[in-house]
Design a protein around this ligand. Structure first.
Ligand SMILES: Nc1nc2c(ncn2[C@@H]2O[C@H](COP(=O)(O)OP(=O)(O)OP(=O)(O)O)[C@@H](O)[C@H]2O)c(=O)[nH]1
Ligand SMILES: [Mg+2]
Length: 273
């Protein structure tokens, strides 16, 4: 694959997702989980993330918002992660290997594409990087489902599609659009067919904007949860709300049985496998 980007509004779970991804293979060893995926961090940033993720997961998966300022003035100041994801197939087939290079962008930058001005060079850099010719596509995380969010997301998508078009990528850019944190009770049943039961119910305008803008083969909808639920027959979220200075935080309820939902499948689809 090479490069994909992970984007989405503030607090949609991007940083937590990347931390979960870096820790994924330890999860397999720790709780004997059955999975066909192996995630290997291969550069300095991703190895460091893995170390932090482990500590964070033992204390609960809680992270600070990714913010601009504080020494982050250009996209190069943001962490850049490289992973190799190995996918085991049937025993006679060779393992498929996906190279994933991804930067952790702040949701703040993505939200501002609607009214970015000339002085905001980081927005321009961000969009240029996400839509470079060697970027196969993007994983887009959404998290809200109220009708006011639908209006906002739909405007964001209309602008994002214009930007894709301006860079000549409308026919060759894949977009995996995911509802994150799908262990939430109200939306967990909708994970089975997220296009119809999540986007088609809660985010109708956003769905329409996306479907009108991209060829159907380049657009797919997912539901994902970095936290997951307590068990196969126990759909209670593996999550508790915790206090944070900025008012938002969720932590893992039972770290030893951590079982994230659908972390890798969207990447496989973006990779064309
Ligand atoms: N319920 C639930 N909460 C989650 C999940 N993933 C992340 N969160 C919580 O959502 C909040 C935001 O997560 P972040 O990973 O910081 O989100 P972000 O998209 O990186 O946010 P910005 O850096 O501000 O763009 C945190 O309190 C996380 O604990 C999930 O799978 N389920
Ligand atoms: Mg973040």
């Amino acid at each position: 694959m090479g490069n994909i980007c992970i984007i989405g509004p503030r607090a949609s779970g991007k940083t937590t997702y990347l931390a979960g991804l870096s820790h994924f293979s330890d999860l397999k060893k720790d709780n004997n989980a059955k999975t066909i995926y192996e995630v290997i961090p291969v550069n300095e940033d991703s190895k460091e993330l893995k170390l932090n993720a482990e500590n964070i997961i033992q204390e609960g998966l809680s992270v600070e918002p990714t913010r601009l300022g504080d020494g982050i003035d250009t996209v190069d100041d943001l962490p850049y992660y490289s992973f190799v994801i190995e996918v085991k197939r049937k025993f006679w087939q060779p393992k498929a290997s996906i190279q994933l290079n991804v930067r952790d962008y702040p949701g703040e930058v993505f939200e501002k594409i609607i009214d970015a001005n000339e002085e905001d060079s980081i927005h321009e850099e961000f969009i240029d990087e996400c839509l470079m010719p060697d970027v196969t596509g993007g994983l887009l995380l959404f998290t809200e489902w109220e009708s006011s969010s639908d209006r906002f997301y739909s405007q964001l998508m209309a602008r994002f599609l214009e930007m894709i078009d301006e860079r000549g990528r409308l026919q060759n850019y894949r977009l995996a659009v995911a509802m994150s944190k799908c262990e939430r009770g109200e939306i967990w049943p909708g994970r089975l067919d997220p296009e119809i039961d999540l986007f088609g119910v809660y985010l109708k305008k956003t769905l329409k904007t996306l479907k009108n803008g991209l060829p159907p083969q380049n657009l797919r909808f997912f539901a994902m949860s970095t936290f997951g639920v307590l068990g196969k027959y126990n759909p209670r979220p593996n999550r508790v709300d915790a206090f944070a200075s900025d008012g938002r935080a969720s932590i893992l309820r039972d770290p030893p049985i951590w079982k994230p939902y659908n972390l890798i499948e969207p990447l496989c689809w973006l990779n064309g496998s």
